[in-house]
Every structure is written in C-alpha cells, then in structure tokens.
Design a protein. Structure first.
Ligand code: 1GP
Length: 246
C-alpha cells in the first residue's frame, strides 16, 4: 500500500493522524533516530523531513539513520527542489497556492519532477497554504509570498476548494514553523467543511491542549516540529499521539 493510500484509508475511517517534523539542521541523525523510535512506540503516524536551508545530501544520511530505528513512513517536506533525497518513502509534492510567486507555484516542481520520476519516491500532490501567524516565518521569507490574512476565512476556504478542483490530494494549512499564533480554529473548520480530502494543520502547536483544539476544529492530521526541541517535548508528543484515540 502506498504512503498516500495509508493516509487516505485512515482519513476515510475518520482516524486522526499525527506527523512529526524533523529538520536535519536542528537534530543530529542519531538523536533524530532516537526520537523517531520513541514516536513510533507512542503511535505517531509518519515523519516529515525538511527545512528551509538543508541540502539533499545531508538529508539522505539523516533518513538512513532514522530508517535504521523505525518503520514509520519518511515523507520529504522540502523547502525547494534541492531537498530531494532518494531514500525517502514519499514527498509532499506541493504547490504554495496561497502565494503568487510562480517559482513556488510551479517552478520548483518542474525542477524536481524528473528526478522524482527516476526514483522510488512517491509524490503526494498537496496544496500548501501559508497563514499569517504574528511573525515573519522562515517559509514566508524564503518563498517571498504573502500569507493568507488570519481573518479572511472565506478566502482560505476558496483556496482549498480551488486546490481540490485542480486535483490535489491533500491540503496543508500552515502557520509556519515557530509561528507565534497557530492557524485559527475557525479557518480550520471552514476549510474542513469546504473539501473532502485530508486536511493537515501545523505551525506553532506547542502542547497537547492546542493540538486537541486543532483536532476538534477539523484537522485530520497534525504536525509538530519545534515542540521536540522543548524539555517536555517527548511528553507532549506522547499526549498528542494519545489524543488520536479520544
Ligand atoms: C512547520 O508546521 C510545521 O512546517 C511545524 O511547525 O515547528 O511550529 O511545530 P512548528
């Protein structure tokens, strides 16, 4: 079964999912492997790997180490086309649809497509929607795009719908790593009610309480990244993984 089929199957059964994001610039491969082993025991569903600056060759070593400690699917979450690593199971093949920068709408995708076609990496087509989060996030700066205004709920829902009509398989509502404010609950609910493909929410989720709100608002899949660098990170990760079955 493909990585996307597994995600879709859980989504269709209304099972919530939890992905963790590891940036190879923030963790050594050894410590990442330990985190992923624990994550698998806690019931985390998949591991995203990527960041704003990291290079593909570093990512390959990082993934190799993680794979030696766990069977969780490893999904690339690339900052651009240079971050393709051949040993990943899948890649979020995304278009930054909230922005109007052609390079992140289609340019980077063209650069990466042939390489992916010649690899075993499964591309998962995804609409990436960046939402204002109270600070200038790395993704906002690096992509040179304006995020969706927090209060423009209907505009966010229209973007998601357009993405679904264009044939994309998932939506990622993103406040950006290290966001001051996570994606508003009302926006999550509006997007959830507009589409019938899996909805991922991430950015600025710092504890299980906030994660619970996002699940209740309608997120099918939650992503946390920075949380793992906190002293209570593993504890919160365990609590968030437990929320899935509540
Ligand atoms: C970033 O949504 C992810 O792309 C995770 O964000 O690091 O703020 O958890 P955080």
């Amino acid at each position: 079964m493909s990585v996307y089929q597994k995600i879709k199957e859980k989504y269709e059964k209304k099972e919530k999912q939890y992905f963790i994001l590891l940036d190879p610039d923030d963790f050594s491969a050894k410590s990442a492997a330990n985190i992923v082993k624990t994550a698998e025991e806690f019931g985390v569903d998949a591991v995203l790997v990527g960041g704003s600056l990291v290079r593909g060759d570093c990512i390959e070593n990082f993934i190799a180490e993680i794979k030696s400690s766990s069977k969780l699917p490893i999904i690339l979450f690339p900052g651009d086309a240079s971050q393709i690593a051949n040993n990943a199971d899948a890649i979020l093949f995304m278009s930054l649809v909230s922005g109007r920068n052609p390079d992140f709408l289609i340019g980077q995708q063209v650069k990466g497509a042939v390489r992916i076609a010649h690899s075993k990496i499964e591309p998962i087509s995804m609409a990436y929607m960046l939402v204002e989060s109270g600070v200038t996030t790395s993704v906002e700066f690096m992509s040179n795009t304006r995020p969706l205004p927090r209060e423009k709920i209907d505009i966010a829902a229209a973007h998601a719908l357009a993405a679904q009509f264009l044939g994309m398989s998932m939506i990622y509502l993103e406040a950006g790593s290290g966001a001051k404010l996570s994606v508003p609950d009302e926006m999550i609910s509006a997007v959830k009610n507009s589409v019938n493909i899996p909805l991922i929410v991430g950015g600025g989720i710092r504890n299980a309480e906030s994660a619970k709100q996002k699940f209740l608002a309608g997120a099918d899949i939650l992503v946390t990244g920075n949380l793992l660098s906190y002293s209570n990170g593993l504890e919160e990760m365990k609590k968030i993984a437990k929320l899935k079955s509540q």
